[in-house]
Design a binder for this molecule. Structure first.
Ligand code: ADQ
Length: 726
């Protein structure tokens, strides 16, 4: 069985120093809670910070031994690094920004450097432990540089990354001065997972717009490999919660709580202390609810359970003060002798106490302003074994996408929350049960095990996809074989595409003119009488003539509309018309008007709309619209619409590179044929080749070509190797 290395900022256990002695405690938090059950049942090691320096751990040998016996491996961090990395970059930069609190985000170079240092420290520890077959699963926003750092050290490793907080929209993410490094860091993974499709979409959007990589169907074509991004809504340990209320300890605790709460109905609120959770707004909404519904006075109690968190960050200190004040105010305003409307608990509770509160509560009020997922909502629903209880849930929590049967509210709308409370307290039992049963079924099916297993399956399938692509890659040995076949051949035909194959794309087509080296290389290849070179391009004939007219080679322009034989003149092979242009040109013009940066290229028998310089998302949207529009317009015109690399081209039907290539292929008994191309117009060439031919596509992706190379520079270096041998 493959070993799993889980890497997260904190280990699932914490070492604490009490009166000079070290003790082990289990950590709080969604990740630790969620993964621990999965992790115990598999062959895993957990790597993370233990909350204490390594020297101290080493001094107490039994603590180290205990950590190792729990398969935990500590990363040691200096106090200063913890300060600037954890309390700084993680909690004062990424956390507020990714939760749409840009005004709270601090951009400090010192914080950033500490973040880089700590990610590097993690990379060193993981690389020291990892074996070739291990799966490495990295968690959360503390370690976003780690995938790339590990990829550099372990190029073949299987690496997954899961982000537990939201990935914000491009407009927010772009504010980060280190946005490029963060995206490149994440793309070191093979699979990047998020709680829902919104976050996945935001991430893909940023990758596309900031790094310029092609993205589609959750797949990113990075420079040297394909990376996938997908949604995996994190589940909970359903059985643990659904059976929790039966636990004798929980039952005893429930009795104790009930005694304190009297006959009052219970509204429960459970969070870490955090400004993203919307706790003050919730309290104010509760106060408004009491104002509007006096009949509930002395009949309900809001149990406000808050776990201390990040107690050293200024905003959290302020928030704590604000909460203390608000609770006092509300209790002062509405309370009576014998009835305190808010029962405020500022502490961590053991599982059985939390379960007792969940099972006791008539309503769970979960109203974060932003939350990656929110496990409390799921835990509450799962604990309701008898199906009674109402969940009020914020639409900006990731969990809202799965728990649509809850009362969904906008957390900034206090009026709506107050109304939701009244509705919840008056909801008929039958309706409560119906709503909860649907949600419970979903939570039971997609529990934390399923979440982790689905992530693993997708990670392994991504690895498989990469391997299949690698198998197509023209290895160094194959290149030598190709060059020697070429050397031994008597009659060799080279069919070469130009843009994206021999040269990379340039923002404007005219900028992609061939340099002196490329012209020399082509000249060298054409000089040999046993070789025939043909350039098959979509470009217009004048450009090709201007750039390559002086070389002794065949030229094909406009995908086959124009052909120039070696030593001959330009001829057109078909009787083509171009009157249709008058009808199509104005359509393209209106697309140019609506898409800044796009333009029209007019060729003799075709029209091309280019959008490489337009905003990528807008460009793609407009291209789709244009294709739709054109397919209606040209229905009776004997035309075809082709989609190339950032272009939409309209031309006569029956013209394609394959037809043009056939003219040469069928002419001689070639004993060596090579075809190079990059986009789908070259697929027509690949398809007409005999099976013995060498066909190579630049870049990844499905293709009729037998092999692939990653970039134009690899293609020219192959041609150079061949030229040397001839
Ligand atoms: P958190 O922000 O920590 O997690 P959440 O998902 O609600 O938020 O998890 C909190 C966990 O702590 C729950 O399992 C809950 O039972 C426990 N807990 C809360 N208060 C407690 C108390 N007083 N005593 C004991 N236990 C308490 C981050 C993201 C979330 C995401 C999770 C998981 O911010 O959006 O859901 O990771 O990915």
């Amino acid at each position: 069985m493959q070993r799993l290395l889980i890497v997260s900022n904190r280990l699932p256990i914490t070492i604490q120093e009490k009166k000079g002695d070290l003790h082990i405690e289990h950590s709080v938090g969604g990740l630790a809670t969620g993964l621990s059950s999965w992790y115990k049942s598999s062959n895993s090691i957990w790597i993370g910070w233990a909350g204490i320096g390594r020297k101290k751990i080493k001094k107490e040998k039994d603590i180290m031994a205990k950590l190792l016996s729990e398969n935990c491996y500590p990363v040691s961090l200096s106090q200063q690094d913890v300060e600037a990395y954890y309390h700084g970059f993680c909690n004062r930069t990424i956390w507020p920004l990714f939760h749409y609190f840009p005004l709270y985000a601090e951009y400090s170079e010192d914080f950033w450097q500490a973040y880089e240092r700590v990610n590097t420290a993690f990379a060193n520890v993981v690389a020291g432990i990892a074996k070739p077959n291990d799966i490495i699963w990295i968690h959360d926003y503390h370690l976003m540089l780690l995938p790339k750092l590990l990829r550099e050290r372990l190029p073949k490793a299987t690496i997954g990354f899961f982000l537990h907080i939201p990935f914000p929209s491009f407009e927010i993410f772009r504010l980060l001065p280190w946005r490029i490094q963060i995206l490149e860091g994440l793309l070191g993974a093979d699979l990047v997972g998020f709680h829902n499709y919104d976050y996945t979409g935001h991430f893909l959007d940023s990758v596309h717009r900031i790094l310029g990589y092609e993205v589609g169907m959750g797949q990113i074509t990075a420079t040297d490999r394909v990376v996938r991004a997908d949604a995996f809504p994190m589940g909970i340990n359903y059985e643990q919660y659904s059976s929790a209320a039966q636990d004798p300890q929980a039952q005893a605790e429930r009795k104790r709580f009930r005694k304190k709460l009297g006959d009052c109905r219970v509204i429960l609120s459970v969070d870490r202390l955090d400004y993203t959770k919307g706790i003050p707004q919730r309290l104010e909404a509760f106060s408004m609810f009491l104002d509007r519904n006096p009949k509930f006075k002395r009949k309900v109690i809001l149990v406000l359970l808050v776990v201390p968190s990040r107690t050293r960050v200024e905003q959290y200190i302020q928030l704590k003060k604000q909460l203390d004040g608000l609770v006092g105010e509300i209790n002062g305003k509405h309370g009576t002798i014998g009835w305190m409307p808010v029962w405020y608990l500022y502490r961590f509770l053991p599982f059985h106490s939390l379960a007792a509160l969940y099972s006791l509560a008539d309503v769970a009020l979960v109203t974060p302003l932003r939350d990656g997922m929110n496990l409390v909502a799921k835990e509450y629903t799962a604990t309701k074994a008898d199906g009674k209880g109402v969940l009020i849930l914020s639409e900006t929590a990731g969990a809202a996408q799965e728990l649509g049967e809850a009362i969904i509210i906008n957390p900034n709308n206090q009026e709506e929350i107050a109304q939701a409370l009244a509705k919840a307290l008056e909801m008929p039992e039958q309706e409560q049960i119906e709503r909860n049963r649907i949600m419970q079924k979903r939570l039971r099916r997609y529990d934390v095990m399923r979440w982790a297993n689905e992530f693993m399956d997708k990670l392994l399938s991504t690895k498989k996809l990469q391997r299949e692509m690698e198998e197509k890659a023209l290895t160094y040995e194959m290149q030598r074989k190709l060059a020697s076949d070429f050397q031994e051949s008597d009659k060799a035909l080279l069919l070469l595409d130009y843009d994206g194959t021999l040269v990379p794309f340039a923002p404007r087509p005219v900028d992609a003119m061939p340099g002196a080296n490329l012209l020399r290389l082509l000249e060298k290849l054409t000089r040999n009488s046993r070789t025939e070179v043909v350039l098959i391009s979509g470009r217009d004939k004048d450009t090709l003539e201007g750039w390559f007219g002086g070389l002794d080679m065949g030229l094909v322009a406009e995908h086959g509309v124009w052909i120039k034989e070696k030593g001959g003149g330009w001829e057109t092979i078909e009787t083509l018309t171009s009157e249709w242009k008058e009808e199509v040109y104005p359509i393209l013009e209106s697309w140019v008007d609506r898409t800044p940066g796009s333009f029209i290229e007019e060729k003799e028998y075709s029209l091309v709309w280019h959008y490489r310089k337009a905003d990528p998302r807008l460009g793609e949207l407009r291209a789709r619209e244009l294709m739709n529009n054109l397919s209606n317009t040209i229905a009776n015109l004997n035309l075809q619409v082709l989609e190339g690399s950032k272009v939409v081209e309209v031309k006569n039907t029956d013209i394609n590179k394959g037809r043009a290539a056939s003219r040469w292929i069928s002419r001689e008994k070639w004993d060596f044929i090579l075809a190079l191309g990059d986009d789908w117009t070259d697929e027509d060439t690949f398809r007409v080749l005999p099976s013995t031919a060498w066909s190579i596509k630049m870049g990844f992706g499905a293709s009729a070509a037998r092999f692939s190379l990653s970039s134009p520079s690899k293609a020219t270096s192959l041609l150079r190797k061949m030229a040397r041998r001839r």
